[in-house]
Write a protein that binds this ligand. Structure first.
Ligand code: PHE
Length: 345
């Protein structure tokens, strides 16, 4: 075999390799040249017919060619491998600018929102939040609050009885009773949000289950002026900085004196409109100075310590604030109603 042929072989391999696009074809081409029955092997086997001199020279050259070809095949293998990886990366590329999947996100229920607002306000004034069970004893819900069995004022809070002594609480005041009994005569400053029950027929303004947020402050020299301040701040927070409040005498068995609290109408500013039935005022809650009987029954000496209590109807203030005309909207879980509170801060 001539030198020329050897060079031609190298050229031919280069040419063929330039057309090889995948590993199988590479393997095949490599076998054609370097395999057991390949072109190089055949060339080697032809050597035996040559003179010793020629055999030596050609043998050396063939070996060099073999090495060179091996390098070329290896280079091309690497080249193909890189190309494959590149292609894979290309295919698996993630476009982070594509719009994602939007999850449907709920919103805070308006009643919960009001409770959170009240908690924020009163915690800011040094109150803590107290909770209690919804199934209560007659004693905690009524008797210790100066409502003995048979008292006519129980009529206002008829509830669901589980037995003669157990009932669904009709107000959150039993949390106050529990706190007083636990504090054993020491000062108290709490709000008690929670669910309550009454034997009422459901309509636009009544529900057999609703929410209250009551407050109780006991200490030395706590007066009605403190009560008024605590309620004015609440009215401003809920209904706007310009709101005023007024207290009207009322009756609750657990407070003496007792008051109903009105807030100046946020819609007309006090001049009178349909919302406030032309009075300029809207009733929002009941409150008063804790009755001495209650203090004594719950382990407090009225000569030492006294204070006030108030009871906010969470539904009532929420309805007034957001102009909701039917209390049942709060409980039927209609997303069209709830979605309207998404933007409420
Ligand atoms: N618990 C009373 C009610 O549900 C509200 C209230 C609380 C009134 C505290 C005065 C003082 O009617």
């Amino acid at each position: 075999m001539e030198n020329l042929e050897l060079e031609q072989v190298e050229k031919k391999v280069e040419e063929e390799l330039s057309a090889v696009e995948d590993m199988n074809a590479l393997q095949q081409t490599k076998a054609n040249y370097l395999g057991k029955k390949g072109i190089i092997a055949q060339m080697m086997s032809n050597l035996k017919d040559l003179s010793i001199e020629a055999r030596k020279e050609l043998g050396m050259k063939s070996n060099l060619l073999k090495q060179s070809l091996e390098r070329k095949f290896e280079e091309h293998r690497k080249f193909l491998e890189d190309k494959m990886i590149q292609k894979k990366l290309e295919n698996e590329r993630i476009d982070v600018t594509l719009p994602g999947v939007r999850f449907k996100c709920g919103t805070i229920h308006p009643l919960q929102k009001t409770i959170m607002d009240l908690e924020d306000l009163y915690i800011g004034m040094g109150y803590t939040v107290a909770e209690g069970p919804e199934i209560e004893t007659d004693e905690n819900c009524f008797e210790k609050l100066n409502l003995p069995k048979g008292h006519p004022a129980r009529d206002m809070q008829d509830t669901f009885y589980i037995g003669p002594e157990w009932l669904l609480r009709s107000q959150t005041s039993p949390i106050q009773v529990r706190t007083m009994l636990a504090k054993e005569g020491k000062p108290i400053k709490i709000i008690c949000p929670g669910k309550v029950y009454r034997r009422d027929a459901d309509d636009a303004t009544h529900s057999h289950q609703f929410m209250q947020c009551e407050g109780l402050v006991l200490g030395k020299d706590i007066t009605m002026a403190d009560l008024k301040g605590a309620l004015l701040e609440m009215a401003k927070m809920m209904f706007g900085e310009d709101r005023k409040i007024r207290l009207r005498p009322s009756f609750f068995p657990f407070t003496e004196p007792s008051v109903e609290v009105d807030v100046s109408c946020a819609k007309c500013g006090g001049s009178g409109c349909a919302m406030c039935k032309n009075t300029g005022w809207i009733e929002i809650l009941g409150a008063g100075m804790v009755n001495n009987n209650v203090l004594r029954m719950c382990g407090y000496d009225p000569n030492e310590i006294q204070g006030y209590a108030f009871g906010i109807g969470v539904e009532r203030v929420t309805m007034l604030k957001y102009h909701i005309d039917d209390i049942r909207n709060f409980y039927i879980n209609d997303v069209r109603f709830l979605n309207q509170f998404k933007e409420v801060k």
